[in-house]
Design a protein around this ligand. Structure first.
Ligand code: PEP
Ligand code: MN
Length: 336
């Protein structure tokens, strides 16, 4: 249930409605909007009787919310959420490009790639220090040493950095170094991790679970929002299907659905969807055409030597082309 206050409702009237909601044993969550305040009712089991609140002063409407996610729901918050990091305003009328290697391998590797990313017009640098690998024998990431390299990259290039957190144990240290904390596909329903992310002051990039429905994904975002962190960016990275011509199947239709259902920004990771570099540029063009707010792409200066995901990593020259093409599609779409 969403209680919509009158445009002219006073702060006292809002407080009064909050008190009335809480007196019924529910949680009230005021959501200030551009034109009027709305108050979400949470923690209700079963439907809420809107007529209980319609008679209170300052109340304009009581709207039932049919979806299980509330705080992530556009009905709760009609305005787009915009996440500001560095020069990027993710979710606003612009295209944000995040790029870098799958894993931080060394200072030389990261700085070399970051310089290419910056020159081509990427706005944020990505790279994993803690890597979730299918095999325990594969490179697991440099851990804290990798985080220190990310700090160096930020200092030398000015690019904010995105890196993955794999568990609650390492959350403190990852958020100390990261500008955006990534939760990967394998952890989308790690509820302890989501709850910890809800307490973070860093924006969270929440990847879609490789077998998750949109509802499950938005419920995962709900955990973070409910914990008090409103800065969530969703990232579609492909879902598992029966095909073997690509690593995953990029679900482009997730973008219009998310944009309709939620106010949260949504970006696309074509690299993990494709698994092969020749698909990454076409998928990026398509991602922009369906109005994703941004792209997150893997780039490596020597992909044949990469310690993870070399086959899907673009050469710097290809990344340059990707930026030009993605921004051209964006401009065409916006009549520029
Ligand atoms: C990554 O971005 O490095 C990664 C591991 O992605 P995903 O969680 O989508 O597999
Ligand atoms: Mn990767």
């Amino acid at each position: 249930m969403l209680i919509v206050m009158d445009q002219k409702a006073t702060p006292e009237q809002v407080e009064n409605v909050v008190a009335a909601i809480e007196a019924r044993g529910y949680t009230a969550r005021p959501i200030p909007g551009g034109e009027r305040v709305a108050i979400g009712i949470l923690n209700n089991e079963g439907p809420v009787d809107g007529s209980l609140f319609l008679g209170l002063r300052g109340v304009k409407d009581a709207i039932p919310v049919t979806r299980p996610y509330k705080l992530a729901n556009r009905e709760f918050k009609p305005e787009d959420t915009v996440v500001c990091v560095g020069d990027a305003r993710i979710g606003e009328g612009s295209l944000t490009i995040i790029a870098g290697p799958c894993a931080i391998e060394s200072e030389h590797q990261s700085l070399t790639i970051a310089k290419h990313v910056k020159k081509a017009g990427g706005q944020l640098f990505r790279g994993g220090a803690f890597k979730p690998r299918t095999s325990p024998y594969s490179f697991q990431g440099l851990g804290e040493e990798g985080l220190k390299i990310l700090k160096k990259v930020r200092e030398e290039t000015g690019l904010p950095v995105v890196t993955e957190v794999m568990d609650t144990e390492n959350f403190d240290i990852v958020e100390a170094y990261a500008d955006i904390v990534q939760i990967g596909t394998r952890n989308m329903q790690n509820f302890s991790l989501l709850k910890r992310a809800g307490l973070s002051s860093r924006p969270i990039l929440l990847k879609r679970g490789m077998a998750a429905t949109i509802d499950e994904w938005l419920m995962a975002a709900e955990y973070i929002l409910e914990g008090g962190n409103s800065q969530v960016i969703l990232c579609e990275r492909g879902v598992r299907t029966f095909v073997n011509h690509s690593r995953n199947t990029l679900d482009l239709s997730a973008v219009p659905v998310i944009r309709k259902e939620s106010h949260l920004p949504i970006i696309i990771d074509p690299s993990h969807a494709a698994g092969k570099r020749d698909q990454v540029i076409p998928l990026s063009r398509a991602a922009v055409a369906v109005e994703a707010h941004g792209l997150m792409v893997e780039v490596h200066h020597a992909p044949e030597e990469a310690l993870s995901d070399g086959a899907q990593s673009l050469y710097p020259e290809q990344f340059k082309d990707l930026c030009v093409q993605a921004r051209s599609v964006y401009d065409v779409l916006h009549g520029r």
